[in-house]
Write a protein that binds this ligand. Structure first.
Ligand SMILES: Nc1ncnc2c1ncn2[C@@H]1O[C@H](COP(=O)(O)OP(=O)(O)OP(=O)(O)O)[C@@H](O)[C@H]1O
Length: 256
């Protein structure tokens, strides 16, 4: 049996929220969440606002610590202090990533910063890697000398992906990253992601409430509702035979 790239075991996370002047209320953001993601596969985490999706993403990238439970990467348990060691294995892309590009920095410089910070490559090796990554994303070597405003919307999305992928991660977390794009641009980027997955064996964790996208690109899906995992399984099976009322409604609303 292949070892999962990412395995989550019985993850719990709660928050304390002030209530009134002296009161406190415990919010159980995640309760008993377990799943596995295998190399070269896509797992979608689906749920409405407040279901716990962002909390899960924060735990996975080490911004926050779970109350209990385990996160295993390639079979090894990771704790919050290990994340620097793993930050090249897992990369994270959030909503509208193109907006987070520095408008005053050339794309080549931006990519070079990532490599200088996280690798021992010399200047020539870094230049090669930058050109190779731009090409892999359907861009050209010359684009290294462009500033963000010189790109079209689609190219900018590719630049944002280049920044996430230049370290050759094994897992890319896409947190509503494609939702804000217009449909034709989204289709373009989805095709690119699928091609990259085929050629590199990259895994995706797609966090979204866009059910059509889930159906199109994920192998497995997990429905989150109020911090609990409802349906979890192969995407086509969950779509054709959801076990919980909530999942049934969610899927139905996406089909109408
Ligand atoms: N720092 C925090 N302090 C208190 N409560 C929090 C905190 N972060 C999240 N929560 C609560 O935990 C629950 C899950 O929130 P979370 O942001 O993970 O949901 P979500 O599904 O990602 O929603 P959205 O799509 O709006 O980001 C919500 O009830 C939220 O109010």
């Amino acid at each position: 049996m292949t070892t999962p790239l990412l395995e989550i075991r019985q993850l719990y996370k709660s928050y304390q929220k002030a209530q009134g002047i002296f009161g406190r209320k415990t919010i159980q953001a995640l309760s008993d969440i377990s799943f596995s993601l295998y190399p070269g596969q896509t797992l979608a985490i689906v749920g409405e606002t407040g279901s716990g999706k962002s909390t899960l993403a924060k735990l996975l990238v080490g911004i926050e610590k779970p109350d209990s439970g385990e996160i295993l990467l390639e079979g090894q348990a990771v704790t919050i202090s290990d994340y620097k060691k793993y930050n090249h294995v897992i990369r994270y892309i959030f909503q509208d990533p193109a907006r987070s590009l520095n408008p005053h920095q050339k794309v080549g410089q931006m990519l070079d910063d990532v490599l200088r910070y996280s690798t021992q490559l010399n200047e020539e090796q870094r230049q090669d890697k930058i050109h190779q990554t731009l090409q892999q994303l359907g861009l050209m070597e010359e684009h290294a000398d462009y500033y963000p405003h010189m790109f079209s919307g689609g190219q900018l999305q590719r630049v944002a992906l280049a920044r996430a992928l230049i370290m050759d991660p094994k897992l890319l977390i896409l947190d509503e990253a494609l939702t804000a794009l217009d449909p034709s641009l989204r289709a373009q980027i989805v095709n690119l992601l699928l091609e990259l997955q085929k050629s590199t064996g990259l895994s995706y964790l797609l966090i979204t409430n866009h059910l059509r996208l889930v159906r199109h690109i994920s192998d497995h899906m997990l429905v989150l509702h109020q911090g609990k995992a409802l349906d979890y399984g192969q995407t086509n099976e969950v779509f054709s035979n959801p076990q919980h009322d909530y999942s049934r409604k969610l899927i139905k609303s996406a089909q109408s």
